[in-house]
Design a protein around this ligand. Structure first.
Ligand code: PBG
Length: 339
């Protein structure tokens, strides 16, 4: 008890008390600035052809290559969880030098899109547009004289985008990092009447060490060289903003950065500079790091995953493409109680 006669135990110096609003779960919940919602999550899905195929991917715990019928089952689950959408990647049976399988209307991605479209589930249907899963050499474009040639690749990307639009995609996502790919796809789509199909531009895609598990999953590791001649140097931030400005000018409806956790500064800057919706892709290696550490008991999987998703959202992402889409949506349900 303090009384007027006993002096205070501490000197009456002035300072701010930020701890007041941290005192209880209810107060913390009340003043939380960033709230995650399943509606902002997009689940990447690897699609193979055939029926009833579910092949777990060792380097991506919890993820599997699925045949179109299994993709529909997964989509029902995701829709029930309130997840915003799916991003489809095809893993074809056969590859060739020009990645022609990317535009095959009977390939795994168009087949899955038609099946998904028929379900009328409340999910945004997105399809990645790139050649690397379909080329025998694993590069994202056509090769001439040992180099990935830009302009010859563009019509192939546009054809693939048209095939996905025709099969029912709402949005296509060119990830090949060819110059002019957004313009080429926009004109390809418009020319075929798909004026309402949107483009999420992988505008700032760094040549990253964090795509390793994806390349295992899709069998798309380059057979020679690397992708640094077309994907961006992770050291460059101004160039990333330039990429975004170019893609916005070419007609992108949404801009994406990737990997997410290594691009938080770019999200902050892009949020200020552009009014387009911003997406961030929490890539395969970002999932793998958390899963591997959690498996060893070194990290709390749920807390770590939600913390990264929160940081990505706090930095400015409206949409987060994440392999945790389903799990995180379940965790958010579990955590509806204040914490
Ligand atoms: C295709 C593509 C890749 C990823 C998305 N689209 C692989 C790559 O560029 O090598 C990586 C996604 C991930 O790691 O989860 N070009």
């Amino acid at each position: 008890m303090t009384s007027l006669s006993s002096p205070p135990a501490t000197l009456p110096i002035a300072f701010d008390r930020t701890r007041r609003l941290r005192a209880s779960p209810a107060l913390r919940r009340l003043v939380r600035e960033t709230r995650l919602t399943p509606a902002a999550f997009v689940a990447p899905v690897f699609v193979v052809s055939g029926h009833d195929r579910h092949e777990p991917i060792a380097s991506l715990p919890g993820q599997a290559r699925l045949s179109p019928d299994r993709v529909v089952l997964l989509a029902r689950e995701l829709a029930e969880l309130g997840v915003g959408g799916l991003l489809l990647f095809g893993v074809p049976e056969e590859k060739d030098a020009r990645g022609t399988g990317a535009a095959d209307p009977d390939g795994p991605v168009p087949t899955a899109l038609r099946a998904l479209r028929a379900t009328d589930l409340p999910l945004a249907l997105m399809a990645d547009v790139c050649l690397c899963e379909y080329t025998s050499h694993g590069h994202c474009g056509v090769i001439a004289d040992g180099r990935v040639v830009n302009d010859e690749t563009l019509p192939l990307l546009a054809e693939a985008a048209v095939a996905y639009a025709a099969a029912g995609a709402d949005i296509v996502g060119p990830s090949a990092m060819m110059d002019g790919q957004v313009a080429a796809i926009r004109s390809g789509l418009d020319g075929r009447g798909f004026i309402d199909v949107g483009i999420v531009a992988y505008a700032c895609k760094h040549a990253s060490a964090f795509y390793g598990p994806f390349r295992d999953a899709a069998g798309s590791a380059p057979s020679f060289g690397d992708r640094r001649g077309y994907q961006m140097d992770a050291a460059n931030g101004r160039e990333a903003l330039r990429e975004m400005a170019i893609d916005a000018a070419e007609g992108a409806d949404m801009l994406m950065v990737k990997p997410a956790l290594t691009s938080l500064d770019l999200l902050v800057k892009a949020r200020k500079r552009f009014d387009l919706p911003l997406a961030a892709y929490q890539v395969s290696g970002e999932l793998a790091m958390i899963e591997a550490a959690a498996e060893r008991g070194w990290i709390d999987r749920r807390a770590a995953a939600l913390e990264t998703l929160t940081a990505i959202t706090r930095a400015g992402a409206d949409v987060v493409i994440t392999y945790f889409a389903a799990a995180a949506s379940r965790w958010l349900r579990e955590l509806e109680q204040p914490r």
